[in-house]
Ligand binder design. Structure first.
Ligand SMILES: [Zn+2]
Length: 443
């Protein structure tokens, strides 16, 4: 194979895709559509490969490896970014081997479950993002986050993405067109789409997701909603009925009716309880629907740290998840009871200290550290009393005086109750301190 390295190799622009880079290059070199394909990928029909390329060996030599190795390009510049984290260990090894050796690989068919209706290859763009490109004096680019499965929404501009199924023999770039009619969606549906798109985007650059943890967190939440119980076997129909009533289902019906046939089948049951691998889009839809009403940040973070999600309550306020009979929640209870301090319980459960306190209050547990909490409360009252006494009893007292004369109390409050300290010290008029300090500066 004789490949001539390119004279000019532009760097990646922002989050552009491999196809986007090639379409830009096509305009730079000014070749015919087929010749650009031959030049960059060694194939005249390369313009048809919108999602990824099968010809990285040629591309690597042509670009002199200036744009990264094959695996980096696949995971940072193509839709494979959304598939790789879901692959089984052996599949990931095979993927790495193919990328390393640069053998011609039909990436999407082999690793992307292309057979599925869910892998519709289309290109998407946001009107506002393109306007930003033009305002920067740049060529409009295809952004990777918009091309991923489930990304039907521009998270940045809160807009429905335009779609293109390129059937023309061209290296297309996104165009400013008359805005496509935006589907009529209520705020909750928009939130669901936003969460799904943000979740898809968060997969870029991720090596793997914890599917076991994700499954466990979803099942726990479904149990919390009463859809799954420990007494009866899981009912596929009930799960389907639940999903059909979610905002996400309502939104997907409008923005991507083509996948309706897939989500009408028993996909939830299969995703959760069958060993067969499910499509990344199904996992993401299940997650977004399960944690409907959560903030985008929590939905995305939870997906990547599903174990932390297990103990967060649905109000998203960081409360520990307490079932009606919280006694059943033995693991959490044991940790809280046996921990020496609230802080260590919080660390073990990966929640905040405030969360543990609330949990203790609701669960009315009387663990070892209650004594510690009482001691602390006493210390707080004593420290405050000392400082307030000084402020009330000494005329013209300054903050410096308080720091000097109540050293222990100030440093204790500074560490444990800094806001309380600040509000207490705020009772001293500012002017006193300034009067005290200014002469020093003047001197
Ligand atoms: Zn946008």
């Amino acid at each position: 194979m004789h490949v001539r390295p390119l004279q000019l190799i532009p760097q990646w622009r922002g989050d552009e895709t491999l196809y986007s880079w090639a379409a830009r290059m096509h305009r730079i070199v000014g070749y015919s559509v087929k010749d650009t394909g031959r030049l960059l990928f060694g194939a005249s029909h390369a313009y048809k490969e919108w999602a990824t390329s099968t010809r990285f060996a040629h591309f690597g030599i042509a670009t002199n490896k200036h744009l990264g190795n094959t695996k980096d390009i696949l995971l940072q510049r193509t839709v494979l970014a959304a598939y790789y984290p879901f692959l089984r260990y052996e599949q990931r090894e095979e993927f790495d081997r193919c990328a390393e050796s640069n053998v011609r690989t039909p990436w999407l068919t082999r690793f992307g479950m292309r057979a599925s209706t869910l892998d519709k290859v289309e290109m998407r763009w946001c009107q506002c993002c393109i306007q930003n490109d033009l305002a920067d004096g740049a060529m409009p680019r295809w952004r990777l986050p918009h091309q991923l499965p489930g990304a039907w929404w521009c998270v940045e501009h809160d807009l429905y993405l335009n779609k293109l199924n390129p059937d023309i023999a061209e290296w297309v770039i996104p165009l400013i067109t008359n805005p496509t009619s935006q589907p009529l969606l209520n705020n909750e549906c928009i939130q669901a789409l936003r969460n799904l798109s943000a979740l898809a985007g968060s997969l870029v650059g991720k090596e793997r997701v914890n599917l076991v943890g994700i499954k466990r967190a979803v099942l726990s939440r479904l149990r919390d909603m009463g859809l799954v119980t420990s007494i009866k076997p899981v009912s596929s129909e009930i799960l389907q009925q639940w999903f059909a009533l979610t905002r996400l289902a309502e939104a997907v019906k409008q923005v991507e009716p083509s996948i309706q046939s897939v989500i009408e089948k028993q996909w939830i049951y299969e995703t959760l309880l069958k060993r067969r691998a499910s499509h990344p889009l199904l996992w993401m839809m299940l997650w977004v629907a399960t944690f409907e009403g959560f903030s985008t940040q929590d939905v995305v973070r939870g997906f990547h740290e599903p174990d932390a999600m297990l103990i967060w309550q649905d109000d998203g306020q960081g409360q520990l998840w307490i079932e009606k009979e919280f006694q059943a929640d033995e693991k959490v209870q044991a940790i809280v009871k046996n921990a020496k301090t609230i802080k260590s319980a919080a660390q073990q459960l990966k929640v905040s200290v405030a969360t543990i306190r609330r949990y203790m209050k609701e669960a009315q547990c009387s663990p070892q550290h209650v004594r510690g909490t009482n001691l602390r409360q006493n210390r707080k009252v004593a420290a405050l009393a000392e400082i307030e006494a000084l402020i009330n009893e000494t005329h013209d007292v300054t903050k410096t005086d308080v720091h000097l004369r109540c050293k222990g109390s100030v440093s204790w409050l500074k560490r444990w109750e800094p806001e309380l300290l600040a509000s207490t010290l705020a009772k001293i008029p500012e002017i006193r301190d300034r009067q005290c300090v200014l002469p020093l500066f003047n001197a």
